[in-house]
Structure formats: C-alpha cells, structure tokens
Design a binder for this molecule. Sequence first.
Ligand SMILES: Cc1ncc(COP(=O)(O)O)c(C=O)c1O
Length: 374
Amino acid sequence: MSGKKIIPVAAPDLSGNEEKYVVDAIRSSWISSTGSYVNQFEKTFAELCERRTAIGVCNGTVALHLALLALDVRLGDEVLVPSLTYIATANAVRYMGAEPVFVDVDPDTWCIDPKLLEPNITRRTKGIIAVHLYGHPADMDAINHIAGVHGLWVVEDAAEAHFAFYKGRKVGSLAPLSSFSFYGNKIITCGEGGAITLNDPHLELRIRTLRGQGMDPQRRYYFPVTGYNFRLTNVSCAILCAQLERYEQIIARRQKIFDEYHKRLEGIPGIGFQPIADWAQPSPWLFCITVNEKEYGCSRDELMELLKKQGVETRPFFIPLHRLPSFREGSIHRGESLPVTDNLSSHGMNLPTYASITDKDIEYIVEVIRCGRK
Ligand SMILES: Cc1ncc(COP(=O)(O)O)c(C=O)c1O
C-alpha cells in the first residue's frame, strides 16, 4: 500500500456527543426503534424544519416510498420528477407501480423547472416530487401553484438540502410531505437514516402505521393494514441527536469550505459554479463545479482522472435518470428532451466537502485544477 494521502469526497463529522450518546443508548439497552433518542430526534428535527411532526425512518429512499404510500399512488399513475437527481427519487415512484415522467431542470437553480411542468401533465399525472438538488431549493411557490391548479400533490425531496431556506422559509416545510436522508455523506448523518416532516395529523397516523408493519399505534399487535418495517433505531437517533446539537456549527464549517473553494477557483477559465437564485439560501452540501472543455482545455472526465491520480476523490453529477436502462424506454416513448439536464450531467462534478478538510487540502485541490489546464 502506498502512503499517499487520499482526500475523500465526503466524510461525516462525528466530533461532538455522537459516541457518548451511542454508548448511552447501548447501556440503556434501548437499541431498537423505541427509546428516548427516537422521541428527542423527532421532536427536535420537526422544530428545526418548522413542522408539527418529524417521523424517523431507516433511509431517505424509504422516506420517499412511505410518502407515496401515504398519498395512495397507484398502478399506472404518473409522477413528475427531475431527471437530474439520485435514482431513489424515481425508484420510489416505481415501487408504487407508477411511472416517473422526467422534466428538465431550470438552468438558474438546477432544480425541476416549474415552467415545464404543465406541458407534461396528463390525465394520469397525480403529483410532483421536487428535489432540492445539491443543496439548492427548488422554486416551491411556483411548483405548489401549478400543483394547486391541477389538483396534484407535491412531495419535497430534501435529502441534499438540510436547513436550506426558500424565501426565508425552511426546506422541509414547503410541501405537505418532505423527505430527508441521513446517509453518511449528508450534512446531518447517522450512517443510514431518513425522515419525513409534515403537519397533517391524518397523514402522520397513516405514515406511522405503515412504518411499523401496519400496526395500529393505539392497539398493540393489531394490524389493520399491510405495512412495512421502515423504522429508525434508537442508536441511529442517538447519533442524530448529537448531530442536531451542532447543526449550525456543521453548516458554518461547510460554508467556510464553500467560500474557500469559491475564492480560490474564481477566474480559472472554463470552471463554472452552481447558480444561486436571489430567493434562495442553499445549504452547503457538496461543492459543485462545471467544466467547459473548450475554455478549460480538458474535459470534466479528464479533470476527474487527473485529480484521482493526485489522490483527490470527486463525484460526477448524476447520470440523467431518463438515460438509465430502467427508465430509458419510457422516456423515449414519451419523446422527452432534457437538454439542460444532459448538459449539466456531462459537465458537472462535486469536490471534496467535509468538516476536517484543511485549507491546505483545498489549496492543493485548486492547484491541481489550475495546473490541469492544457
Ligand atoms: C435527492 C436524493 N433523494 C433520495 C436519496 C435517498 O436517500 P438514502 O440514500 O438515504 O436512501 C438521496 C441520497 O442519498 C438523494 O440524494
């Protein structure tokens, strides 16, 4: 093994009370899905998202799946989703026997373009999943307006945008149901975990029932409906409680990393940044750049390869979902054309963003990028 340092693209920040609370959960013997950390996490996270309730679940994919189950999505329904997102957004639609219909993203936000929703609405359309991509909120007022006019539901996929603001309002409070992921590379993490935030008590009862094998929450071992085991453990919530204690600190540290990248990369020909709408306060998830091959001198893929050789891990932007084997045929059949998505997907990449990255590391990464120009 060579001793060369590898700079990862992401790493969790577990430097607070995470270990202490996990040990406490273990010593208490409450390691399954009931316990004081579960209650504390759900209460605190709901408050932070300005919602009446948060429901912890075992991952972000399950949060989306449960949201669609609660909304009674059926076989043959259509759901409008962006194509530039993680596959979970569209997979959850498929779990319901429904079809994701892909809508291009807005070049000014990289999130689903509200102007393109109406042309994609058919008699089968039932709802919209708006994804806050790479920390930037989608234009929720415009999306909710169109949904209201056409009688559609809206789900907010906030997996990548914990604590971002949209026109002064918190992400996670901008649609009737909002989903979160706490996977290891997310801003707040417990390794594997997720949550749904909401206000409606009726939907809450439905989701809590479905999350716990369909058991009536007020009648133990009575199962009136077929449910799932989608619960989150007290041990995971112990980690989440420690993370939430420091959420402002975690965001501030990541913002500093963003500022440092911005300052150092500014002016390198061909390197572009994520746009920020004037109504948005994005959350600093993974720092994004785009590479204009003509101006920069080599392609995004060549730059990623160069960085890899120099010990720097990066991530390409998501491959558009409408181009993946399980969705391609339907997309071609519907005649979908998503030029903004295609363009971003082939030119965008994420740079290492995590609390313990040093200014020296960032300086090094930027130097590799600067010298990579041919
Ligand atoms: C936009 C988006 N939605 C959903 C998910 C699914 O979350 P999980 O990996 O926790 O299942 C992720 C990511 O991981 C994501 O980035």
